[in-house]
Structures are given as C-alpha cells and as structure tokens.
Design a protein around this ligand. Structure first.
Ligand SMILES: [Zn+2]
Length: 74
C-alpha cells in the first residue's frame, strides 16, 4: 500500500514494532505489535483489530510480561 503522507514516495510494509502508550503517569509498552510502517518516512498504521486488541489488553489490566525502567531526559 502506498504511503498516505503527502509527497512521500514510500510504501507500507508489515512489521512488528514496539508501541508505547502514555496513560496518566504510567507508560505502557507493547512489544511485537503488528503494524504497517512506511519504508521511507516511518509513518505507522494499525489495523482496527490491532487497536481493539491493544485496548482490550489495557482495559483488562493484564499482568505485564516484564517491567521496564522509565527515564526522564531532562
Ligand atoms: Zn511515507
């Protein structure tokens, strides 16, 4: 599929990515999330069922696989 960003000649390809979501003071990290990523500008698209699955994981308060350290840059 062709990239939807105006002027970008890239195409989307299926990749497994790391997706982070900020939820209040918490940062949630999802690994190996299937996504369409542009090979030129790295624009990202999720399929509707992927978004649904992420929301399910968040709402169920599933126990995370691992905990990740969070660093403040400043
Ligand atoms: Zn692009």
């Amino acid at each position: 599929m062709k990239c939807s960003i105006q002027g970008c000649p890239g195409t989307y390809e299926q990749r497994l990515i790391v997706h982070t979501v900020k939820k209040g003071a918490d940062v949630l990290v999802f690994e190996n999330v299937p996504s369409e990523v542009c090979d030129v500008c790295s624009d990202m698209l999720f399929a509707p069922e992927t978004i649904r699955h992420l929301e399910q994981l968040m709402s169920r308060r599933t126990k995370p696989e691992r905990q990740a350290p969070v660093y403040e840059y400043a």
